[in-house]
Design a protein around this ligand. Structure first.
Ligand SMILES: Cc1cc2nc3c(=O)[nH]c(=O)nc-3n(C[C@H](O)[C@H](O)[C@H](O)COP(=O)(O)O)c2cc1C
Ligand SMILES: Nc1ncnc2c1ncn2[C@@H]1O[C@H](COP(=O)(O)OP(=O)(O)OP(=O)(O)O)[C@@H](O)[C@H]1O
Length: 150
């Protein structure tokens, strides 16, 4: 059995997330998804949804065998427990493959690091970004200041 790990924030699921997880699943037999804790999402606004809700939605996707809450402090704790054969990074994730490979080697974890493919929108109006979904909600539902009902 080849065990694969994917990870991300997975706030407000959209087809880009589904693409990433389906692509990651093709790297092995069993896909585990790690859901980032709010305190570790420092490179963009904090997620709207709590970590348990994000985990439960990711776990409901067909490509995912198990979804796990990330560790709040040490991101390598779940990796040590799951002991994957492959970690598949998202196509646009800021993580550096070589740095992760070095950290894995330092901990004696024998695991390769791959990068998933991206997914283009299928049609004009498709939103493939949690941040863009939030922006559209704020713009179109807003607080009533633009005349629309709050
Ligand atoms: C191998 C790996 C393991 C990770 N494990 C965790 C974890 O246990 N807990 C956590 O909060 N974040 C973890 N992260 C970090 C987040 O998933 C990630 O850095 C980021 O916050 C999510 O970014 P994105 O949703 O923009 O892709 C891990 C990242 C990597 C690369
Ligand atoms: N269009 C897409 N194609 C492929 N993978 C995607 C796409 N959008 C997101 N992903 C992947 O899903 C994973 C989790 O994404 P994340 O939770 O950061 O959502 P996001 O919508 O990209 O966030 P935001 O747009 O708010 O920065 C990341 O690895 C990311 O690469």
């Amino acid at each position: 059995m080849t065990r694969v790990v994917a990870q991300g924030t997975f706030d407000l699921l959209h087809p880009g997330h589904v693409h990433y997880l389906e692509d990651a699943a093709t790297y092995g037999d069993e896909l585990h998804a790690i859901v980032a804790r709010r305190t570790n999402v420092t490179h963009k606004p904090a997620p709207v949804l709590c970590a348990r809700q994000r985990r439960d939605m990711v776990a409901a996707l067909a490509a995912v065998d198990e979804a796990h809450l990330g560790d709040p402090e040490d991101v390598f704790v779940p990796i040590e427990r799951l002991d994957p054969d492959v970690i598949v990074l998202g196509f646009d994730q800021h993580h550096d493959e070589a740095a992760i490979a070095d950290a894995l080697a330092a901990r004696g974890i024998d695991c390769r690091v791959e990068r998933a493919s991206g997914r283009e929108p299928k049609y004009d109006d498709e939103l493939l970004s949690s941040g863009d979904i939030v922006d559209r909600i704020v713009r179109e539902r807003g607080d009533g200041s633009d005349g629309t009902p709050g």
